[in-house]
Design a protein around this ligand. Structure first.
Ligand code: WTA
Length: 636
């Protein structure tokens, strides 16, 4: 927010959906339990989180739930000892979970691999032994430049098991991004693959790695997983095949005893503006935060097949593809390829084939699939689905309703979960037994104290937008920014006593939160401050529009005016009349302040590789300025 003062509310969304009675009856947390959880958490949040921690196994219990003596460097579960892998794998081997499926993996060409908890446990142990043999020790950073493969999960868990700190770099990132992260993390071991399948092509990875490693002599071990079967160069002193190093390892390995706040992983996030920051998450607090939220928000049952479509290289993948489903002892599904390959029904095909019961994806994916209409989903049996989820951007009510009706048969609640790389865990989200309002992330979960304030920290009135802040620490929170404690501190310094998330939101009369976009993208038209989300949602509600991005451009009279970039649905032609109609539509839907100065049609909107619309780039193009770091740009 560039100015003090509240944002306008434009969008009026009145639709409300109630959970089906059957779902409420069978929910892990019923409405009474939820009400008392809210009460306990409001009154004694540490007792609430302590209860959550007691659901997991610890090698040694904590002396204190929270040590805030060095705030904002909070320490959760002080002096407790644990290892997330003990809870995600080792303990399941002694229970009925042993022969349950831990992982269903599908490659883009259609090849499938399934691993039980026992099989995954043994594979992880072998890799843990192999890493130790290569000289990797507790505290070492290991960079994983890996596509979505079973070995990606195996390598992550193997690192954690021996106390090494994994640092995933999304395989779609360039060599330059890899180089920066290798340097910042100070890694000497890199794990990668020869290549992978994406959109019907083999994408080579190892050659890019070779180029980087020539100049990066700090890395002296490179483990290569064979996936694509392409010819690659292996440097005898540095490179080893995964299959060779695990072949003779024992299927048992020691799980390192970690302090609760020992780092589990680094994950680089760029925010919307600046250079990447290595967000540090720990074993103890992180494990409690994600285990609790998966159980409560997605109502996990042992029989579920949980498909979170995120790449393991994003935080959503770390928390809800890899760690939380395994902590819960459920089955997680991982897909290697592109959601439109070989055609736009791949996701429905996978859902039907494997009987996916919970599907957690992004607004971008939903809008993309919606663009292809209802025919594809209708060709598949989607009745195994019982719950849906969304994360990563504000979801437009139109896309929400399509997801709910067309994919969820009007029976599967949509959990629109708000959280961040920094938060580690879901923070604001509906619960399966609550009322759903399309486009609202509902309320902060019990134990999460969120508020909406202006730049001075003063609360903004109901139904006005302001900065979203978190007022109390939570267990899954980042522990630090790698090599940059000042960057960590900065999150807590803008408003005293608060974590400032960088998003703008408003709260309605029922206390439901509505995300309005990023704070640094707020548009100020003649003193009216508008979030991007509502403007874009109104555009997406027009039958011709598939996706929209709105930016503010400087204007002599009004300060700023809004300009829209729009992609159209299949079969719709762009025209000046349509642009005019969209401008009229906006005024009709949102009122005169929502006047668009101009509408530009585009074939695609620029997005980050994780699917977020890059408004910053549109703005730079428009103003002819420098766009800043664009290494996260999706080129497809
Ligand atoms: C945005 C992804 C609206 C928000 C887990 C946040 C959302 C950023 C939602 C974090 C949501 C995430 N509604 N906006 N349900 N979920 N965001 O670090 O701007 O990749 O700050 O973490 O995504 O993105 P990140």
């Amino acid at each position: 927010m560039d100015q003090l003062g509240a944002l306008e509310t434009l969008l009026q969304e009145d639709r409300v959906f109630r959970p089906l009675p059957g779902l409420v009856m069978e929910a892990n947390i019923n409405p009474q339990e939820l009400a008392s959880a809210y009460q306990l958490a409001a009154h004694d949040p540490l007792a609430f989180w302590e209860n959550a921690a007691l659901e997991l196994q610890w090698f040694r219990r904590w002396d204190k739930v929270l040590d805030d003596s060095k705030a904002p460097f909070y320490k959760w579960f002080t002096n407790a000892r644990c290892n997330i892998v003990h809870n995600a794998l080792d303990r399941h081997i002694k229970t009925a979970n042993k022969h349950r499926l831990a992982l269903i993996w599908e490659g883009e060409p259609g090849d499938t691999r399934k691993l039980t908890y026992f099989e995954l446990y043994r594979a992880v142990n072998k890799m843990a032994g192999a890493l130790k043999n290569l000289g990797v020790v507790k505290g070492d950073r290991v960079v994983l430049y890996m596509p979505p493969l079973p070995e990606t999960i195996i390598a992550m868990l193997a690192c954690a098991k021996i106390g090494a700190v994994h640092c995933m770099v999304f395989a779609g990132f360039s060599g330059k991004a890899l180089k920066d992260r290798l340097r910042d993390a100070g890694a000497r071991c890199l794990i990668t693959a020869d290549g992978f399948y994406r959109n019907g092509r083999v994408v080579p990875l190892k050659p890019a790695v070779d180029e980087i490693l020539e100049e990066q002599d700090a890395v002296d071990i490179c483990v290569v997983v064979r996936r694509a079967g392409i010819e690659v160069e292996m440097h005898p002193a540095r490179d080893v095949w995964y299959e060779d190093i695990v072949r003779h390892e024992k299927p048992e390995a020691m799980t390192e005893v970690m302090e609760s706040d020992d780092p589990l992983f680094l994950l680089y996030t760029s925010g919307t503006t600046g250079s990447p920051r290595g967000i540090v998450h720990s074993h103890g607090g992180y494990m409690v935060g994600i285990h609790h939220t998966l159980n409560w928000v997605f109502d996990i049952k042992p029989t579920d097949i949980f498909w979170c479509t995120a790449d393991p290289g994003w935080i959503t993948g770390h928390s809800y593809v890899v760690y939380a489903p395994l902590l819960a002892g459920t089955t997680t599904l991982l897909y290697e390829g592109h959601p439109l390959y070989p055609q736009a029904d791949r996701m429905w095909h996978i859902t039907a084939k494997h009987g996916v019961s919970i599907l957690y994806t992004t607004p971008t994916t939903i809008r993309m699939l919606m663009r292809y209409g209802n025919l594809f989903p209708r060709q598949h049996d989607l009745t195994s689905l019982r719950m849906l989820g969304s994360v990563g951007e504000p979801i437009n009510p139109e896309a929400w309703v399509w997801f709910y009706q067309t994919i969820g048969r009007g029976e599967c609640p949509v959990m629109d979960t708000w959280w961040q790389t920094e938060s580690g865990q879901i923070m604001i989200s509906p619960m399966p037994v609550g009322l759903l309002k399309p486009g609202s992330v509902s309320k902060p979960l019990p134990g999460v104290e969120a508020d909406i304030v202006d730049r001075t920290g003063a609360p903004v009135p109901r139904d006005k937008g302001g900065l979203l802040v978190i007022k109390k620490p939570w267990p899954g929170m980042m522990q630090n920014v790698w090599n940059d404690p000042d960057a960590y501190r900065a999150y807590f310094e803008k408003i005293p006593g608060c974590y400032v998330a960088g998003d703008v939101a408003r709260r309605d009369e029922d206390g439901y939160f509505w995300m309005q976009g990023r704070a640094d993208e707020v548009i100020n038209v003649a003193g009216h401050r508008l979030g991007t989300a509502e403007l874009e949602s109104a555009l997406v509600a027009h039958r011709a529009v598939a996706e929209a991005a709105v930016i503010g451009i400087p204007d002599k009279i009004k300060g700023e005016v809004a300009k829209a970039f729009v992609t159209l649905r299949e079969g719709v032609e762009e025209s000046d009349e349509l642009a005019k109609e969209l401008k009229e539509h906006m005024k009709r839907e949102l009122g005169p302040v929502a006047e668009l100065k101009s509408v530009k049609f585009r074939k695609d909107l620029p997005k980050t590789k994780s699917g977020k619309i890059l408004r910053r780039l549109l703005k730079a193009e428009e103003l002819g300025t420098e766009p800043g770091d664009i290494s996260m740009l999706e080129e497809e």
